[in-house]
Structure formats: C-alpha cells, structure tokens
Design a protein around this ligand. Sequence first.
Ligand code: NAI
Length: 466
Amino acid sequence: MTQVKKICCIGAGYVGGPTCAVIALKCPHIQVTIVDLNQNRIDAWNSDELPIYEPGLDEVVKEARGRNLFFSTDVDKGIAEADLIFVSVNTPTKKSGIGAGFAADLKFLQLATRRIAEVATSPKIVVEKSTVPCRTADSMRTILEANHRPGVTFDILSNPEFLAEGTAISDLFAPDRVLIGSLQTNSGKAACAALAEVYGNWVPKDRILTVGLWSSELSKLAANAMLAQRISSINALSAVCEATGANIDEVAYAVGKDTRVGAKFLKASVGFGGSCFQKDILNLVYLAESLHLPEVARYWRAVVEMNEYQKERFSRKVVETLFNTITGKKIAILGWAFKKDTGDTRESPSISIANHFLDEKARITIYDPKVTEEQIWLDLTDEGTKSAEPIKPHISIQKSAEEACKDAEAIVVCTEWDEFKTLDWQKIYDNCPRPAFIFDGRLMLDRAALQKIGFKVTTIGTGDGL
Ligand code: NAI
C-alpha cells in the first residue's frame, strides 16, 4: 500500500484551507502544501489575517504552518511533489450554456485535473474533495488518461467534505464520518486504504466509511439535499404557525423529540444560505432531469422554491407591518453572513432581503461583526458587475449594531450572531422612533423582554399577539 508522505491540495478556500490545515496538524509526519492561483488568498494564508474566519482556525494554522503546512501559488511544484492530491476547487452553478442555473460548472475542476496530468511525473492518488455531480470521476479519469506523461498512473478517489462553515474545525477534529469512494479494483482499494490511513491518525476507524465512487459522489449531494429539505420543511410549517397562532419552536420541539426525526436542523429561519445547499440541490435537480426522472427533479426543486418563498415572505412582512410602505424609511439589517461564526456571505438571505428593501426605496443600515464593508458592496453589486452609484445614497454600513439601529424604524435580524442576544436593547429602543419594530428572522431574541421594553416584535413562525 502507498504510504502518503506528501499531500497537495489544489484550492485554498473554505474547504481546502481548513481541511488540509487540520490534516497537517494531526499528521506531523506528512508534508501538506495548499496551492491556489489566487495570490491574495495565499498571501493572506501566510499572514496573521487569514482569508476566512472560522473559530479555532488561527490556532491550527499557527501550530502547523512552516512545520509541515505550506501555502503557495506554485501549483505545479505542489502537484509534482505530492503522492496524493486533493482537488478542492470551486464548483459553482453554471451561469450560461447548457444547464445554466442548475448544473455545476466544472471548468475549475477540469483545469486543475488537466494541470495534474500535464505536470505529474510519478503515480498520484487524485482525490475529488469538491462537491461534484455523480460520475465526475469518470471525466477526470478520461482527462488524466488522455493527457498524462508515459508511465504515470492515477487512482481517483471521491472524498466529499461534510464540514459546516462556522464549526469547520470542530467538525474536522471529530467528524460524524469520513466518506471515501473508490473503484472496487485492487489499485482503487489500495488508494482508498492509503487515504483512510491518513484520516486514521485521528478519526476512529468505524467513522471512516468506504464505498463505491458513484455512491460517494451522490452521497454528498444527497446529504445537502436532505439537510436543506429539513429547513424548507420547518420553514413551510412556520408559515402555517403564523396563520394559526401555533409556535414553530414548540412544534419543532415536539416533532424533534421523535427519535426517527431527531431534534437537529429543525430551526425555522429567514431561509438557508451558503454556497452549497442551493447549488447542490439544483445540481441534483439537473442530474435527475438528465436521467429522465422529472418527478424526482420536481420534488427537490420545491426545496429551493420554498426557500425563496420564505425570504420573500419575510421581506413582505416587514413592508406590510410598516403600514405597507418603507419608502424613505431607515431599516437596520443585523447580520450579513449567511449564518453565525463565519464571514461567508455566499447566497446569504440578507442579500435578497436588502435587495427587496432597496426595490422599495428604503434606506438601509447594515452591521455584521465579521463581514467586511468591501464584501457587502460586492454582494450588493453582483460581484461588482452592477454600478454602486444608484444605491449608494440608500446604504450605510456601520461598525456596531447600536450604530446601525440608531433612528431605525425597523430592526431586522438576519443572522443569529450571539452578540445580538446581549445588546443593550433598552438603549437601542431609546434611540428609535416610535413605534419601534423588530423582526426576528432567526428566532433568537427574547420576545417577551423586547415587548416589555416597548418594541413591536415580529418573529418567524409565531402568530401575532402571542
Ligand atoms: P472557494 O471558492 O472558497 O475556494 C476554491 C479555491 O479554488 C479558490 O480560492 C480558487 O482560487 C481556487 N482554484 C480554482 N481553480 C483553481 C486551479 N485550477 N488551481 C488552483 N486553484 C484553483 O470554494 P470552497 O467553499 O472551498 O468550496 C470548494 C468545493 O468544496 C466546492 O465544490 C464546494 O461545493 C465544496 N464544499 C464546500 C463547503 C463549504 O462549506 N464551503 C462544504 C463542503 C463542500
């Protein structure tokens, strides 16, 4: 069996960075080099200001960096030296061409694969870490075999990542499972064993699952689809609660006590965000359609549609509650990241909600403890493709929640940052015009305490007046 001594990870993003930093920490005998084409990102990984925020990540990087963990833009050198290469590049939803809006855009993955074929002069284990459609390993193999140097062989493994942003380090330290898919050939199984041995340095054996390649690829899409489906299910019920006077937290509690259902991931909210759920479900929808399974495609598509409905429903509720117009009114948005403990804003519900308020010509103040002002502007201008000028007079970004809420006619909580629970709400109330409205999109605030202060509180999944 190959013993892995040197690992290269292509893609120093939210997955490649933390995953391989933890491998380096837990396997001091393995040299880990994380490479990326993005010079700024690599510079940040080599500095004290890491490019992503994750609790515990700084400590991991500090301990391993320079010892057996390296960050570099020299992709070719990383590939050439490694026995095992993780491909952890982005696989966003395609924006144009066949499958636009649904299918995964595999151009980054294919470019990385081609580079491996061109540069490798010794056998490599190539590991799909990116989330990919089922049977992508086949196309990777075809690219590798068509472009490789004589005598160089490749084994391809699928090893999808199940970490959740915000808890990435604890998830990586103690994963529920590590999934490795391989071809069931002798060489496929040997490659699988080599990667399992790497994880075996800290993950108990019974948590390392080995399956076929296609099952592994599909399991990642399936896991994200099922997680997102739970959120859409509870959010659908939150609308029923609002209409009937039932309370969604109580319903979730009662339902979750059934051990067949389980209590986790049953929190109603303004909607799910993040770079993965929507993208991976749409990918599954596209896969089902390509396989002539329209009923399956329709089923999963509804999960995304329900999420859109929830965001829109929440925005509409704000407008309706503010007497059907928010034109010219100041609205504070608390939280811009798609969830707490991350600075990631990809597909964040805050973006949709802010755009809705902008359409209604409101004035918006925004505060998030971890998202930079620059990122918020990028999000509001479709990554800089739209001019910021028309919206500039309507937006202000503040350095504290108190500042953002000053003089606001409505406060809208979009991200469940812990610090929002302990704000001086009395002081905030004193600085708001009357009536002072709060919309809790995360069911995280003490409704009764806020009402006692004098706020008019609207909570997702709770009937008015309760
Ligand atoms: P990301 O966008 O943060 O990072 C990807 C990195 O790959 C970028 O820095 C980019 O510059 C680099 N890259 C692209 N092409 C390259 C090439 N040819 N050579 C070198 N570098 C290249 O993406 P993220 O969030 O890390 O996701 C990566 C994959 O992992 C995606 O497929 C995603 O679906 C999957 N995933 C993401 C999770 C998350 O929580 N973000 C969780 C589990 C899986």
